[in-house]
Design a protein around this ligand. Structure first.
Ligand code: GCU
Length: 687
């Protein structure tokens, strides 16, 4: 157990007597783990339960003391081992991989996993209840919505002076690599992270940047990978690796990386076999190909599916998965072309490849068609892949969303995507049901998130940002969970049971998305940040006139991307018919996506009755006003938690309040100058 910041939501703080009165006698006296071999998740489950109960209740429990009478023990086991020892589980207990059965109704508490990992998840669940003073008698089964619940780290082997050693990471340097091309000697952060991930049922972590550097797979670094995997394994967390498509050339000494070339195939087969020799439970690979300058199969006129299948075939005998990223687009797009549109790229590249991927390929799709913006419609590709397994890619790291210097609680944004009804074939088809495989009758689906924790004492650079990591795991398991309920659990576990802290965190967090959207980019125009380099701070002028395709097409008269089929890029037409028709017309497009789909004059009247330009002015003031309330809201909890965390959070919130004014004035002035239309309210920039 690490110092508090590193424990995140696993603090196991002692409950007050008022919560435990009369309850301690109901807690079993010993822990029995069945078949717990050394360093197995089941062994971890036993010691974690022991640690948790000692912290939360102050009770010292022995593990496997030899004899334990009926009615005095915790039983932690897999279903198979339980059956052998005690007989069948109750009727109706139906477990799938990683699921578990928890029974607190009798004197013996049963925590039975479908597998060892499931049993460990069950222990975390039990401790989470206990830490929140929930001693109720209960019995239930819980199973995951999808088998793929992966964190993605964008860690680099080499430190880069400007960006540190994690691409788009805001929590310090890598916990895996030393910045000089090697796996760290001291990997003591790895099991601490494994513990956090496991507690929210994330079952794998990709440990290197999607912009991959193949030198990770040479020399002593291979030993390093093995060490990392060995440290995650007791927590039931597998590792995955990002692969560089041109590796056969750069580290293999071949003069080609053509995916159909025999020598290239042999190169990947051999390398994959070597990985599995060292890491037999390797989860698989992630590949970013033909995207943002990365090499890929298209260089050799091969399809993206042929490129993906190259890896899939090497992984197949080992049971590994190939997560193939759909983030493929031309970053040198023609700004002069009214019909060019980066948002169309995924369907253009992948739509016709449906059914051409091997069955251990999962296409990993960012939630929106562009790039983790404050407001995007769901990627239309989710409606096209009927014969391909898919995973959604989210970001816990707040690349465009304030980089952890701004509070932004992400679950409401994620839920708006999961809960969108695509109306495939005119029928109800929520995106979460497409991901899980229910809509197209697929067996495998996934939730992935770019997490980018680092060496910072808070992991992510901000205490409050940890609610997003916590929530990602919870939602990947059960995507219909309520954002507030998740947050309340997290707050109790992180800051204790104070109602005041819970109210403050909930109030600020639930206002954070609308506030950020208001002051950084509304009506679907995207986050109006510096898109060329930092992705931080206001810079609306950087969106247009370049090849990156995050265009607003703002001029002195009008603004917005025309994505209609009648006059624009026809991105609206990539959605299933009912949705396409809705987005084709301004009358049926919601205000918050109006400028995503339509190019309109600044005077255009929204459904709200306001003009676009006045909405901009008002929203930016509203957003900044909301952010200005955050430090005051937090002040109310002064003294209810330790000073260190109180001050750290306060510092960030004050900064956010100030920076939101910078945003407000920069954006409002930019569009006032461009349009020449004054703010009806007569507000001018305050010098
Ligand atoms: C964004 C991000 C890059 C990253 C890329 C990706 O464009 O800014 O740093 O490499 O996404 O997801 O591959």
């Amino acid at each position: 157990v690490a110092e508090d910041g590193l424990n995140g939501w696993l603090r196991y703080a002692r409950l007050d007597d008022c919560h435990t009165k009369g309850k301690l006698d109901t807690i079993p006296k010993t822990i029995v783990t069945l078949n717990a071999t050394k360093d197995s998740p089941l062994e971890t489950a036993g010691t974690e339960l022991q640690t948790g109960i000692s912290g939360i209740l102050g009770l010292d429990l022995a593990i496997n003391p030899g004899t334990s009478e009926k009615g005095t023990k915790f039983v932690i086991s897999t279903a198979d081992a339980y059956k052998e020892e005690y007989g069948d589980l109750p009727e109706g207990v139906d477990l799938i991989d990683d699921g578990f059965y928890l029974s607190t109704k009798d004197a013996d508490v049963l925590i039975i996993g479908s597998n060892q990992r499931g049993a460990l998840y069950g222990v975390f669940e039990y401790l989470s209840r206990l830490a929140q003073a929930d001693f109720s008698k209960d019995v239930y089964v819980t199973n995951p919505e999808v088998p793929v619940r992966w964190a993605n780290q964008w860690d680099n082997l080499w430190a880069n002076g400007t960006h540190g050693s994690i691409e788009r990471g805001y929590g310090g340097v890598s916990i895996f690599y030393d910045g000089f091309g090697h796996v760290r000697e001291d990997l003591s952060r790895v099991p601490l992270l494994g513990r956090l991930l496991s507690s929210v049922r994330i079952n794998a972590i990709v440990i290197n940047n999607v912009n991959a550097d193949a030198s990770l797979f040479q020399g002593t670094n291979l030993d390093g990978l093995q060490r990392i995997a060995d440290l995650f394994r007791p927590w039931g967390v597998q590792i995955g690796l990002s692969q560089y498509f041109a590796s056969p050339q750069t580290i293999g000494g071949l003069d080609t990386f053509d995916p159909l070339d025999e020598e290239v195939i042999t190169f990947w087969t051999d390398l994959t076999n070597e990985f599995y020799r060292r890491v037999p439970d390797l989860a698989g690979f992630v590949v970013k190909a033909n995207s943002e300058g990365q090499p890929g199969p298209i260089t050799y006129n091969r399809t993206l599916a042929e490129g993906a299948n190259l890896f899939a075939k090497a992984l197949k005998p080992h049971g590994g998965l190939l997560m193939f990223r759909a983030f493929v687009y031309n970053h040198l797009a023609d700004w002069e072309d009214w019909h060019a549109d980066r948002a169309n790229a995924q369907v253009e590249f992948f739509g016709e490849l449906d059914g051409k991927f091997d069955n251990n390929v999962v296409v990993q799709i960012k939630y929106g068609p562009i790039d983790f913006q404050v407001r995007e419609p769901v990627s239309p590709l989710f409606g096209h892949l009927r014969n391909t397994d898919v995973a959604i890619e989210l970001q816990v790291t707040q690349e465009y969303l304030g980089q952890q210097c701004h509070l932004f609680y992400l679950p409401p944004l994620w839920r708006s995507i999961f809960d969108f009804d695509m109306r495939v074939d005119g029928k109800q088809s929520y995106v979460r049901d497409i991901i899980s495989g229910k809509v197209f009758n697929r067996k495998r689906g996934g939730y992935t998130a770019v997490t980018n924790v680092g060496m910072n004492a808070t992991w992510l650079g901000s205490h409050l940002a940890m609610s997003n990591l916590y929530a990602f795991g919870r939602l990947a398991w059960e995507p219909t969970l309520d954002s507030v309920e998740i947050l309340e659990d997290w707050t109790r576990l992180t800051f204790g049971l104070s109602r005041g802290i819970r109210d403050a965190v909930t109030e600020m967090s639930m206002l954070s998305w609308p506030a950020y959207e208001n002051y950084t980019g509304n009506l679907g125009i995207q986050t109006l940040t510096d898109i060329l380099y930092t992705h931080y701070g206001p810079k609306p002028a950087s969106q247009d006139n370049n090849g990156w395709g995050q265009w607003t097409r703002a001029n002195s008269e009008s603004i917005g991307m025309d994505r209609t089929c009648w006059n624009g890029t026809c991105n609206a037409g990539q959605y299933p018919d009912e949705v396409a028709q809705r987005f084709e017309n301004t009358e049926t497009t919601p205000d918050d996506l109006m400028l995503w789909f339509h190019h309109v004059p600044y005077s255009f009247k929204l459904h709200s009755g306001k003009s676009v330009i006045q909405h901009f002015y008002d929203a930016h003031y509203e957003g900044a006003e909301t952010a200005a309330t955050f430090p005051d809201t937090w002040e109310k909890v002064r003294g209810k938690l330790d000073d260190e965390r109180f001050e750290h959070v306060l510092h960030r919130l004050k900064y956010q309040a100030g920076h939101s004014i910078v945003w407000r004035d920069a954006i409002n002035e930019f569009y006032r100058n461009l349009s020449g239309i004054p703010d009806e309210a007569g507000r001018v920039r305050n010098h």
